[in-house]
Design a binder for this molecule. Structure first.
Ligand code: GZL
Length: 339
């Protein structure tokens, strides 16, 4: 395990010629600094007292993502971990830049949630050459060499898609024409939630997807995409909406109401994440079902990171346990929801 003392990383070339007074003053300042920071001097073995972790987050595109970020920040603070956090604003190139910056800083571990599955192989090879282990959080990458990451903790997105489709099959009768709002193109949750949903409905001829478009996991883009669809000839025949996350579903609900239709009745709606606003939408009768995708993985993530930093073995894949919630239980559960 690479143990680069942060003092090395932030070291000041003391070979510079100081006058005697300056040297004495510098020595006094440094001594006070070392003792004053937490009442105890930093270890003198050249290693840092806390773990340094670089985390590249996708962005702040949804309630789910903001809850995920809070869970990560809270857990790092609780464990006294030096978290170097970067928000990529949903851009892959920003994540690649952040990972290169973490490598340059010589962090102990890099963790990130890849905005899309492809395009990270080269930078992960750079991290490997630098001897810095990488942990995937929330989403997976597609690489030819899976030694480029040590572990992946995240939900089973295909299962989430299967659960959404199963709810629709179990709670409708007759022909169901489905509109689908997909997540970010090329992202693991969008690809897998689409696949899981289709794997179930292919066994039920009466359920058919008649329209599918990306809303990029955001409320605004979900509303815009669905507003346009509702003006198309196919709109009147659609009786169900499958949204890959609650934010897009909530945007579509606004569009359905503006079009004079009754969300939850004229169009049955099933989405994924189970954020608090989805529970409120179910209480309001606008949303029928939300499949849980738990963002509060900070504790599990840092359990893995600390084991990796200590050179201990960790599982290659850690799945997050999740449920399915419907309108009938929303009022009873909403106050207990943590995100
Ligand atoms: C799923 C996560 C997805 C959420 C969206 O684990 O990657 O990204 O479902 C979020 O809300 O934007």
């Amino acid at each position: 395990m690479k143990t680069v003392s942060r003092r090395d990383r932030a070291g000041i070339p003391l070979s510079l010629a100081f006058s005697r007074a300056t040297a004495l003053l510098a020595l006094l300042v440094v001594s006070i600094g070392l003792v004053a920071c937490d009442g105890s001097a930093e270890p003198n073995d050249g290693s840092s007292a806390s773990l340094v972790v670089g985390f590249s987050q996708i962005g702040a595109e949804s309630d789910w993502r903001r809850a995920n970020t809070q869970s990560i920040r809270d857990e790092a603070a609780k464990r006294g971990i030096d978290l170097r956090f970067s928000d990529a604003q949903q851009k892959k190139e920003n994540q690649i830049k952040a990972i290169r910056s973490f490598i340059a800083q010589g962090v102990d571990v890099i963790a990130f949630s890849p905005v899309v599955e492809t395009g990270f192989e080269q930078v992960l090879e750079e991290a490997k050459r630098a001897g810095i282990p990488v942990v995937l959080s929330d989403r997976a990458v597609e690489v030819s060499d899976d030694s480029l990451y040590v572990s992946f903790i995240g939900s089973d997105f295909e299962e989430e898609g299967r659960r959404a489709a199963q709810w629709l099959v179990d709670n409708t009768e007759g022909e169901v024409r489905v509109a689908e709002l997909q997540g970010t193109p090329g992202s693991a949750p969008a690809l897998d939630r689409a696949a899981g949903f289709r794997a179930v409905i292919e066994n039920h001829d009466r359920v058919e997807i008649v329209w599918s478009q990306s809303g990029n996991f955001t409320r605004t883009e979900g509303k815009q995409a669905f507003q346009a669809f509702l003006k198309s000839p196919d709109a009147d025949s659609v009786t169900a909406l499958y949204a890959h996350n609650d934010d897009m579903a909530i945007g579509a609900i606004q569009a359905i109401k503006e079009a004079g239709k009754d969300p939850g009745e004229d169009i049955k709606i099933v989405s994924i994440d189970a954020v608090k606003q989805a529970f409120q939408a179910m209480i309001d009768g606008d949303l029928n079902c939300t499949v849980e995708c738990n963002p509060l993985i900070g504790p599990q993530l840092f359990d893995i990171i600390e084991k990796v930093a200590a050179g201990e073995s960790v599982p290659k894949r850690v799945k997050v346990e999740e449920g399915v919630f419907t309108a009938s239980e929303a009022a009873e559960l909403i106050d207990s929801r943590q995100y």
